[in-house]
Write a protein that binds this ligand. Sequence first.
Ligand SMILES: [Zn+2]
Length: 65
Amino acid sequence: MKIDSQTAFGTRACPGCAVEVPANENRCPICGYEFPGRGPLQRQLIWIVVLLLGLLLIPLWLALR
Ligand SMILES: [Zn+2]
């Protein structure tokens, strides 16, 4: 019985192409699917910035009309 690096890290099935991707990989090497987990905080921050910009720009746009 030998343990290779992939089984040591574990794998997860890609929802895009159903291939087994090593758990330490954040992106599927076959179809490029990005697994959620390490990135969502940055995406949430981007959305917060976009929403704040919108909240600032909409009153400005309304005032300047
Ligand atoms: Zn995939």
